[in-house]
Write a protein that binds this ligand. Sequence first.
Ligand code: FCB
Length: 465
Amino acid sequence: MRSGAPIAMNRFTFPKGFVWGAATSAYQIEGATSEDGRGESIWDRFAATPTKVEDGSNGDVACDHYHRSKSDVALMKRLGLQAYRFSIAWPRILPSGRGAINAAGLDFYSRLVDDLLDKGIEPYATLYHWDLPQRLQDEGGWANRDTAAAFVEYAHAVSRKLGDRVRQWITHNEPWCASMLGYQTGRHAPGLTDWPSALAASHHLLLSHGLAVPVLRANSRSAQVGITLNLCPAVPASPSPEDNDASRHFDGYFNRWFLDPLYHHSYPSDMVSDYVDRGFLDPAKLKFVQPGDMSAIAAPTDFLGVNYYNRTIVRSDRIPESKNQPRTVTLVLESEVTDMGWEVYPGGLFQILARLGVEYAVPKMYVTENGASYADGPDEHGRIADARRLRYIRDHLVEAHRAIEHGVPLAGYFVWSLLDNFEWERGYRQRFGITWVDYETQQRTPKDSALWYRQVIEANAVTRD
Ligand code: FCB
């Protein structure tokens, strides 16, 4: 006897209540960098420095979201989004980093939050997505411990104003990037190349997170608080002991240096030894760690945000390293890569999520960013057939689903990004949006991936043929 419709083996249904969203960040979309009392940020300064941004561009106009937030929220509604992850620009709120509050800056986000709620879209607010007020950088930025205290002041100002309506708070976005790209490789603002400063910066970023957690909880009674890390599986290029060790080192540098303090109350001892051996840390102790810091950093949180894009194949470079180079290099495989040159490797998302459950017992996770840069633009009918992005997102969602089936407490997924935008040192040539932005006219056109994503959200399921 036949029993109803056949069960499709290629249909992946998500748990009820799974949150579907899209993400952006302030400097990448807002523009209006000198309006309504906003102070200068390190990204304004960095982008204005010749050769730092590939196409010589900056965030002065970007997607002009500051003036178009209402219609952008309407776009989100049309795309069926249930949640929107955005970041707040610290220099709009405290133009000098601390002290006087700029009411106009707070009002912008307050209106945005009201518009979102009005449309039934849940705001997920990130406090720090890399746009530090330049005034704080002049005093050392994140390498200076005082910046952690300034961050707490900023978190207080924002959550006092928005805490009645914003329930989901993310303290930091990717402290690895903020510290290592900003202070070690110099590819991001503030563009420094000094290992000891980078390690101090990483600690002060984590510390500021831990100190802000109770402040957010006090000002936002029903708050769910977390932090977002970018995580990347490290794979040795060969079975050799050297490559294995290089892979361990990369994992420590990229993943464990941030996960261990948050969940295990300490920095990974192998990395402390490595950094001491290389002269980046005081041999006697971690100079910048003060009593109480590690328990502050490990303050219990409600969720972890995971940003996943690719994995890294690691081999030992076996050559005397220069002081500013990590000990590892990445190999480009013969696999598909996006326009960023990043390998497409959906299985890595499953690996990361599963590891977080097993090794770190993370109680709840969101994929707070995942997506791909492909330049596909409008055809003569105005349609944007971004089949590769659609496939990228679909295949990662299948891996996310697999993680849930293995018991990973994954509560939602945010595609990066709602809009094409300013991709940091890569400028505007890299397009991550599910929505095409014509930067001449500021017209937004949903790409095929966006139209498909709307159907996924409606069905709460992904189908793969
Ligand atoms: C992440 C950043 C985000 C965006 C994507 C492509 O590292 O958080 O702002 O640039 O990469």
